[in-house]
Design a protein around this ligand. Structure first.
Ligand code: NIG
Ligand code: FE
Length: 407
């Protein structure tokens, strides 16, 4: 057991509702506080002096500067396993071409598929691990990583094996997701439905046999898979016991309906969700995940985060780090920018990056600083928690703890 502190403030995120709007006044803010850690878990949080007095002889990890402690970020949506880059696509977009036009003209997801297939396993592992470690240094102590940039049975499995190795070599917790249904590969001879059927018949058994992923994702969109095609795939995934998440309503509403129909853990994107979709998501248990990095990267509207919260939805925010729509990969910057446009309270942003995002990954042991929870937390060099979002990602964490250990 050890004591860490004193911290200027600990923002516990304790006692907040899982769904709906949150006011900053609802935040529990402990001043001059300390945290007791044992076996990677939080043992107690209290005023530093109290903990010191009740545990006079335990190891002390002393904090010698002003510091605010918050739970580690949870990034429930990333595509950080990929080869190449897409600056050419970006330049085309700046010249007026749309995401879909670029995809149709040979850029887009398919160009990343070509580059990812070409990468050796070693190179893919190096570059993915580097990104995962970078995210961890920036405070992301749990992250999801999707496949979906290989789109052949052999290469999708290769991606998931790389993600498995990242999991073994990165101190952050890594959650793999199978996104073979990102688009129908251009070298596949058959219909969308034929392709999805092959994923079900030939890839699902391998995911299970090799324990490579227990979550599946699909890009439900005109340029990828229609609602009807997606429904058949999701029904099969559900039947086989996979957890479900959906790339939904990015350009047209549709995917969110399937997410609710199949009780998905999350519906992600939602830039084009209308009032009907917002009301439906708010009533459901599906986490509504905003991906402001994609809005910034594509120069398009943000997810209607304010409306979702006011309607009562569980809003999380994730980075979507990928080479096409969201190359920035800076979750805190993206969340801070979303907050200014959508008028989110700081409490809502912090919740969206922590315990609400935990629900999207089906974790109930993290995202809050409370006794019994995983000891994942981030220290920022300030004595006022509001600075974290105010500086729009410019203030970096100076200490990150994973399971109680500094990384
Ligand atoms: O979440 N929308 C689909 N998938 C990714 C982008 C993929 C790409 O453009 O490479 C996303 O934005
Ligand atoms: Fe994505």
């Amino acid at each position: 057991m050890k004591l860490i502190g004193p911290f200027s403030q600990i923002i516990t995120l304790n006692g907040l509702s899982l769904k709906g709007a949150i006011k900053d006044e609802e935040l529990e803010i402990l001043e001059n506080a300390g945290i007791l850690v044992e076996n990677g878990k939080i043992k107690a949080i209290d005023r530093f002096e109290n903990l010191r007095k009740s545990h006079p002889s335990i190891e002390l990890e002393e904090i010698q500067q002003p510091m605010v402690l918050v739970p580690g970020w949870i990034d429930s949506h990333t595509h950080i396993c990929f080869g190449g880059k897409r600056s050419k696509d970006f330049a085309m977009r700046l010249n007026g071409k749309t995401y879909l036009e670029i995809a149709e003209s040979g850029g887009g997801i398919w160009s990343t598929v070509t580059n990812t297939r070409k990468e050796s396993k070693e190179n893919l592992l190096d570059s993915t691990l580097e990104k995962a470690n970078h995210l961890l240094k920036m405070g992301t102590t749990t992250m999801e990583i999707k496949s979906g940039y290989a789109l052949s049975m052999k290469d999708e499995i290769k991606m998931l094996e790389v993600i498995q190795q990242v999991k073994e070599n990165c101190k952050a917790d890594i959650v793999p997701t199978f996104l073979g249904a990102h688009m129908k590969p251009k070298d596949f001879d058959g219909s969308n439905a034929d392709y999805l059927k092959i994923l079900v018949d030939e890839v699902f058994p391998v995911l299970k046999a090799k324990n490579l992923a227990k979550r599946i994702d699909i890009f439900t969109e005109q340029s990828a898979f229609s609602v009807e095609e997606s429904r058949v795939y999701l029904a099969e995934a559900k039947k086989q016991g996979f957890e479900i998440t959906v790339h939904a309503d990015q350009f047209t509403p549709g995917g969110s309906h399937l997410a609710v129909e199949f009780d998905a853990l999350s519906a992600d994107h939602l830039e084009f969700s209308g009032d009907e979709e917002i009301a439906m998501l708010a009533k459901s248990n599906v986490v509504a995940t905003a991906l402001p990095g994609a809005s910034i990267g594509l120069g398009m509207r943000y997810t209607p985060a304010r409306k979702l919260l006011d309607a009562g939805a569980c809003l999380s925010i994730a980075s979507d780090w990928n080479p096409g729509s969201a190359p920035m990969g800076d979750l805190l910057t993206q969340a801070s920018i979303l907050a200014t446009f959508e008028k989110l309270s700081m409490a809502e942003v912090l919740a969206a990056l922590t315990f609400r995002a935990a629900k999207a990954l089906n974790f109930s042991d993290r995202g809050i600083l409370q006794s019994g929870y995983q000891a994942d937390f981030i220290g920022f060099p300030t004595s006022d928690f509001r600075d974290i979002i105010y500086y729009q990602g410019q203030m970096k964490p100076n200490s990150v703890w994973k399971k109680g250990e500094l990384v």
